[in-house]
Design a protein around this ligand. Structure first.
Ligand code: FES
Ligand code: FES
Length: 155
């Protein structure tokens, strides 16, 4: 049994027949071929799969594609506009917020959400906002600095 879903991803609307059990992360990666969002744990622990669903950061391994029917999804591929990086991407670059890069697509989407909710977070608020995203490389310090740097950019 399949079900029709229509989902707008990074501004492009797609309609597909999918199995009801298909996870949104698999729809994004395997059906649409957008491999920016990563799969780490598939159990809602690591945050590597984080995307925005109707403007809210979600772990796309915890959402079925059918639950996103009619929704707007933003992935890391959709963050840069007209070749210009989003300020959070710039900040990760400038502050060395990535090492191996595996967590980075989800981490950047989460960091963007932190500032979307609170443009001037304290360090403690940033670290609390990062609770759901695991990075095994950086020790988080440069990621916190990246969020602080992006917060200083008014755009
Ligand atoms: Fe979704 Fe780890 S793959 S939280
Ligand atoms: Fe390697 Fe975060 S940069 S897991």
């Amino acid at each position: 049994m399949t079900q029709s879903v229509t989902i707008t991803v990074n501004g492009t609307t797609h309609t597909h027949e999918v199995e009801p059990r298909l996870l949104l992360i698999h729809y994004i990666r395997d059906v649409l071929g957008l491999t920016g969002p990563h799969i780490g744990c598939e159990t809602s622990l690591c945050g590597a799969c984080t995307v925005e669903l109707n403007g809210k950061a979600v772990k796309s391994c915890t959402v079925f594609a059918v639950q996103a029917d009619g929704a707007n999804v933003l992935t890391i591929e959709g963050l840069a506009v007209d070749g210009k990086l989003h300020k959070m991407q710039e900040a990760f670059w400038n502050e060395h917020g990535a090492q191996c890069g595996y967590c980075t697509p989800g981490m950047i989407m989460t960091c963007k959400q932190i500032l979307d909710r609170n443009p001037n977070p304290t360090e403690a608020e940033i670290r609390h906002g990062l609770d759901g995203n695991i990075c095994r490389c950086t020790g988080y310090q440069h990621i916190v600095k990246a969020v602080q740097a992006a917060a200083r950019v008014k755009a």
